[in-house]
Ligand binder design. Structure first.
Ligand code: G3P
Ligand code: CA
Length: 260
């Protein structure tokens, strides 16, 4: 069990206040005091890693179709922010597509140490290409082998054990989170696959399995829980001594931790 204050991560950059995965959202969350941010990555047709959650563009941009069938240049033409009520008067260039390259640059230079959770989506659809390009990019930023005191600490997350296996093969020192919705029996007893250091259960799983976090703790794993947006869920995870809280409402979590 953690003895300290849990890390607060802004889910998709803090999807409640501002449009998810925009630079505006990531910067707001950090300015509000989040320890880090969570980012989903996908590959464009021409092989660039971009911060987009959905397979399709329709929900979070004025484009249509699959992210994977568009080039980076095509995606950069789109508006990823105006659909959201919080977009307001924010600078238009903070509401465009965000590449992982740009996000890493901004976070590394933010001015205080920050953490980034990178979730790779759909390892089977892209072959091993997402993980290969991700590790290549982290090496470019000298982030594949974390060292204490780094201005940016990266952890890779996936629901797919296959992705964790690939990351371990490509970059054994990179910490990983095994995300869980319905865990296989061995995992429920605390065993994580392919060297994952951290368990990442969804909040509905934590609600329904009162012993789950204790099992991970007994096995020596940290636990990061997603997506914790409401008071009762926050009470629950805090009472269990978790290590990281992933929330669409990081400000709400930080205020609560500060008032404790
Ligand atoms: O942090 C894990 C969480 O992001 C997984 O769910 O659908 O928001 O990517 P999703
Ligand atoms: Ca995610």
């Amino acid at each position: 069990m953690t003895t300290g204050r849990p890390f607060v991560f802004a889910h998709r950059g803090g999807a409640d206040a501002l449009p998810e995965h925009t630079l505006a959202a990531y910067l707001r969350a950090l300015d509000d005091g989040a320890d880090g941010v969570e980012c989903d990555v996908r590959l464009t047709r021409d092989g660039h890693l971009v911060c987009v959650h959905d397979r399709r563009l329709n929900r979070t941009s004025n484009g249509t179709g699959l992210v994977s069938t568009k080039t980076l240049a095509e995606l950069e033409e789109l508006d990823f922010g105006s659909w959201h009520a919080g977009a307001g008067e924010l600078p238009p260039d903070h509401l465009r597509l965000l590449t992982l390259d740009r996000l890493l640059t901004v976070l590394r230079d933010y001015g205080r140490p920050v953490r980034l959770l990178i979730e790779t989506k759909h390892p089977s659809r892209y072959g091993a290409e997402v993980e290969r390009r991700l590790v290549e990019m982290l090496r470019k930023f000298d982030l594949a082998e974390p060292v204490a005191g780094d201005p940016l600490h990266v952890t890779v997350m996936s629901f797919a054990a296959l992705a964790l296996r690939r990351i371990r093969a490509l970059a054994p020192a990179l910490p990983t989170v095994y995300l869980l919705e319905i865990p296989p029996p061995g995992v429920s007893r605390g065993r994580l696959p392919f060297g994952a250091r951290i368990a990442g259960p969804g909040i509905s799983l934590v609600r329904s399995r009162p012993t789950l976090i204790r099992n991970f703790q007994a096995a020596g794993h940290q636990t990061y829980v997603w997506t914790v947006n409401e008071e009762p869920d926050l009470d629950l995870v805090l009472s269990q001594g978790i290590d990281g809280i992933i929330s669409d409402r990081p400000r709400f979590v930080i205020d609560r931790l500060n008032s404790a």
